[in-house]
Write a protein that binds this ligand. Structure first.
Ligand code: NDP
Ligand code: 8X3
Length: 252
C-alpha cells in the first residue's frame, strides 16, 4: 500500500522539494500552506510529472480551528498519515532584541511553535489509533546555537528542539517515531520572508559560498523516514560545508 505524507509549508523551499521527492518515490501527498494558487500549481505538477495522488489543504497553521477543520475534512483513507512533516516556519526581522518588533516575535512564536503544536495535536490521535506514524520536525542550527540578532527566531527553534524530545518521550508507548532535521543555511524564500521581500538583502545572506539547496534537505528527510522500523534518527544536523556553525562562514 502507498504511504502518505502530510507536509506543512509545501508551497515553497524545503516543503515543496520534499513533496516533489516523495511524489517521485510513489508516496501519496497531502500538500498544505496558505497560498492556495501555489498548492494547486504544485498538485498539477506532481500529477503530470509523477502521476501522484495528491490532496491540498489550504490553512494557516496559526489558526487552530482551520487546522482541525482541514484535518477532519480528509477522506478516511487519507487519514492514515504515515509521516507528518512539520516544516512550515519563518523568521521575521533581524535586530538586537531590544530593538525587535513585538509583531514579528508573535508571528514567529505563533507559527514556529504554536502552529507546529496545533498541527501535531490534530494528527497525533490518528497515529495513536493506528499505533504507527512518524513525526519529523524541521528544526535548525538556530535551535542549537543563538546568533547575534537572531534572538527570537533562534528561541522558537530551541523550542522545536524541546518539543521534539518531549514528543519522542510521550509517543514512545504508541510506537510513533519522532525525528528532527536541522539545517544550516538553505537557499529558499526564507531570507526574502525574513527581510519583508527585500531580495537584495535576502540574496546577500547566500553571497560568496554554496548554501544548501532545498533538495538536500528533502533527501535527508527521505532518508530519515525510510529507515527500518527499529531505527530512528533522533536528530540530523546538516550544514553547508562552508558553514561551521551559525557564526563561522567561509565566504570567498
Ligand atoms: P520558505 O519561506 O521557502 O518556505 C516556508 C514555508 O512555510 C512556505 O511554504 C510557507 O507557505 C509556509 N508557512 C509559513 N508560515 C505559514 C503559516 N502561518 N501557515 C502555513 N504555512 C506557513 O522557507 P524554508 O523552506 O527555508 O523553510 C522551511 C522550514 O525550514 C522553516 O521551518 C524554517 O524555519 C526552516 N529552516 C530554514 C532554513 C533556511 O536557511 N532556509 C535553515 C533551517 C531551518 P505559505 O506562505 O504559502 O503559507
Ligand atoms: C535558519 C538558519 O541560521 O540562517 O533556521 O537562521 S539560520
Amino acid at each position: 500500500m502507498k504511504k502518505i505524507i502530510l507536509i506543512t509549508g509545501a508551497t515553497a523551499g524545503i516543503g515543496k522539494a520534499t513533496a516533489e521527492l516523495y511524489a517521485k518515490n510513489n508516496w501519496k501527498i497531502i500538500l498544505t500552506g496558505r497560498r492556495s494558487e501555489r498548492l494547486l500549481a504544485l498538485k498539477k505538477e506532481l500529477i503530470s510529472e509523477f502521476s501522484a495522488e495528491v490532496i491540498t489543504l489550504n490553512f494557516d497553521v496559526r489558526d487552530k480551528e482551520a487546522v482541525d477543520g482541514a484535518v477532519n475534512s480528509l477522506p478516511s483513507a487519507w487519514k492514515k498519515i504515515d509521516v507528518l512533516l512539520n516544516n512550515a516556519g519563518l523568521a521575521k526581522g533581524f535586530s538586537d532584541i531590544q530593538d525587535g518588533s513585538i509583531e514579528d516575535w508573535e508571528t514567529m512564536i505563533d507559527t514556529n511553535i504554536k502552529g507546529l503544536l496545533y498541527v501535531s495535536k490534530a494528527i497525533m490521535p490518528l497515529m495513536i489509533e493506528r499505533k504507527a506514524g512518524h513525526i519529523v520536525n524541521i528544526g535548525s542550527i538556530a535551535g542549537k546555537e543563538v546568533y547575534a540578532k537572531g534572538n527570537v527566531y533562534c528561541s522558537t527553534k530551541h523550542a522545536v528542539e524541546g518539543i521534539t524530545k518531549a514528543l519522542r518521550m510521550d509517543l514512545l508507548p504508541h510506537k510513533i517515531k519522532v525525528s528532527a532535521v536541522c539545517p544550516g543555511a538553505v537557499d529558499t524564500e526564507f531570507s526574502t520572508v525574513r527581510f519583508d521581500g527585500d531580495k537584495e538583502k535576502a540574496g546577500s545572506v547566500y553571497d560568496g559560498y554554496q548554501p544548501l539547496l532545498a533538495n538536500d534537505i528533502a533527501e535527508a528527510i527521505f532518508f530519515v523516514t525510510s529507515r527500518p522500523f527499529h531505527v530512528n534518527i533522533n536528530d540530523l544536523l546538516i550544514m553547508p560545508t562552508a558553514q561551521a556553525n551559525t557564526s563561522n562562514l567561509l565566504r570567498e
